[in-house]
Design a binder for this molecule. Structure first.
Ligand code: ADP
Length: 334
């Protein structure tokens, strides 16, 4: 279920690929990240050196993979893609590293989920472009040093806090990707509509953008749902009214809360009286993994001022009660 905010299937992957901006200049929003990254890349190009390793942290669908592809494109280098969960043993990583071409960009998604021995191999590779491959077992095991071509690592993580310090410290550039503002999402929706040949009014684009949870992937996904609706129920043009009707049908409310967001809030308010309640208890009550609630639902609810994290657990804000149309219990002592 973690994939809830990831690509949903082969079709979606194809469309996502088609909608990905290819160059830094086409990447919408994240001004500061874009500017800083532009400097890192262009100064490396000027000195004909491989740039520092780059860590991208931020929630699902905010553009980490897209930026990794852009980094390779801007450098004019090929991109190798793998992910933390795919690297189960140090040998898996050695196999990738030893076949990198000089200057190649290696994208490791979900880098916080890499196995420990591989992580240790990666430290050395990042710093010295060298790994020790251990051959044999027990007392007879020997480490064979292996040089690898200088490369640029682009790591992505939805949970920067889970990354061990020594790994984080080896990235020369760390970018934190935040939720997008409504105007930025509008630009993204209009751009995607153009690429998908969808006719949309400015108000229609604003309506889709406003319900996208600050997330480009969701903006693109909602645009397609709205387009389907427009084709079947109307003349194909996406107006604000039509977008509203379509998104209500798909249970996306006017603040962009989806089913999971509302389930979390409803449980926090109903079952736990507004909290405080621990993350895992809350996750169990909505039938989700704690990581899904923490990575997918919670940051947006916090950003919306509907939920707060306290040392004693998660609590609902007064706005949360109002949003679900419920009355908060009287404060204790009244
Ligand atoms: P992540 O790797 O962080 O989960 P992706 O890079 O896969 O996110 O982005 C998901 C989708 O959102 C892609 O289809 C991409 O086209 C779109 N997208 C992400 N960031 C931007 C952006 N800044 N401008 C335009 N489209 C974006």
């Amino acid at each position: 279920r973690l994939m809830d905010s990831g690509a949903e299937g082969p079709d979606e992957e194809v469309i996502e690929a088609a909608l990905r901006p290819k160059r830094l200049d086409d990447f919408v929003g994240q001004e500061r990240v874009r500017e800083q990254l532009g400097l890192v890349l262009h100064s490396a190009l000027r000195r004909s050196r491989t740039p520092d390793h780059v860590l991208l942290s931020g929630g699902p669908g905010l553009g980490k993979t897209t930026l990794a592809m852009i980094i390779a494109a801007e450098l004019g280098q090929p991109l190798r893609v793998s992910s933390g969960p795919a690297i189960e043993r140090a040998g898996d990583l050695a196999a990738i590293l030893s076949t990198l071409a000089e200057g190649e960009v290696l994208f490791l998604d979900e880098i916080h989920r890499m196995a420990r021995p591989a992580e240790e191999m990666l430290y050395m590779a990042m710093e010295d472009f060298r790994v020790d491959v251990v051959v044999g077992k027990g007392p007879g095991a020997t480490a064979i040093p292996l040089d690898i071509a200088p490369f640029t690592l682009v790591g992505a993580t939805t949970r920067a806090g889970m990354l061990p310090g020594p790994l984080r410290d080896r990235f020369g550039f760390v970018a934190h990707m935040d939720f997008y503002g409504p105007e930025e999402l509008e630009v993204i929706v209009r751009r995607s509509a153009r690429l998908l040949d969808v006719e949309i009014t400015d108000e229609g684009a604003a309506e889709v953008a406003g319900r996208s949870r600050g997330t480009p992937r969701i903006a693109n996904r909602l645009l397609r749902r709205v387009r389907d609706f427009a084709e079947v129920r109307a003349d194909g043009v996406v107006t604000a009214d039509l977008a509203r009707a379509a998104l209500e049908l798909y249970e996306v409310d006017e603040r962009g809360l989806d089913r999971l967001d509302r389930a979390v809030l409803r449980s926090l308010l109903g079952t736990f009286g507004g909290g405080p309640v621990g993350l895992s208890t809350l996750a169990v009550s909505v039938g989700e993994e704690p990581e899904t609630v923490e990575v997918v639902a919670e940051p947006f609810l916090v950003r919306q001022g509907l939920l707060a994290r306290t040392p004693r657990g998660r609590i609902a804000t007064p706005a949360a009660w109002a949003h679900l149309g419920l009355t908060p219990p009287p404060p204790p002592g009244d």
